[in-house]
Ligand binder design. Sequence first.
Ligand code: HBI
Ligand code: FE
Length: 269
Amino acid sequence: MGKPQLRGDYSRAGSDYSVEQDWGRYTAEEHALYRRLYERQAKLVPQYACPEWIGAIATLDAAGGIPQFDVVSVLLRQSTGWEIVAVPGLIPDDAFFGHLANRRFPVTVWLRKPEEFDYIVEPDVFHDFFGHVPLLFDPVYADHLHEYGKGGLKAMRLDAVKMLARLYWYTIEFGLMNTPYGVRAYGAGLLSSGGELAYCVDDPRPQRLPFDLERIMRTDYQIDRYQDRYFVIDSFDQLMRGTAPDFTPIYAHIKSSAPPAATTPTRGA
Ligand code: HBI
Ligand code: FE
């Protein structure tokens, strides 16, 4: 992660960057804005979200306003052993991977401003909760993300985080899936986006490529516009199997055959 000016309040964060959600602090206006974001996406997801996500959100009762993380964590623990940890915003890689490796998903506490309704650079509570949390109820996805977290800690030791971050980007954030209903989104950056959710499925312009681990790890991404290409999995089982091998030789191979340093944007969400 580069060093952009982050807007959350990090002053009260613990050494693992966790904070209290302090749910009572949200204003009526913030809950209303969250509901508006939710309602916009609720019109799109029946047509564009993968069935696993649709099945999970139905059990969550998340439409009424900014959710209470503690309440959802109880359900998550019962279901897949995950929980939510509140964070002030983007956190350093080691803290982020450390949470995932312990089945804790970091969810940002603050909500975007009304003028950011359509687009926001950093992840906020709407993106993190609406986009990411429902899929943590899927057992295969949940195990995959746990493995990803462990892989992240290892990638730090191997100086390979950039390659692993691309995997996260093209799957967890912007992944597509073949389903009986056609191509659907499972990436959180798509599920929480007012514009890109329809674009990623319907628009003829972007490439939709079959999942290919090494190609993903070689492919730069842009954080500030719709993606030029998406990678399509057939199932979370395929994602789990495809990312099960030890990446150490793959990292070495990519590094030894990489073109001279191209400029890579830092990651947002
Ligand atoms: N922190 N809160 C938060 N959310 C993220 O998605 C995130 C992060 N820190 C680092 C990070 N992502 C990426 O560097 C990794 O996914 C590779
Ligand atoms: Fe995200």
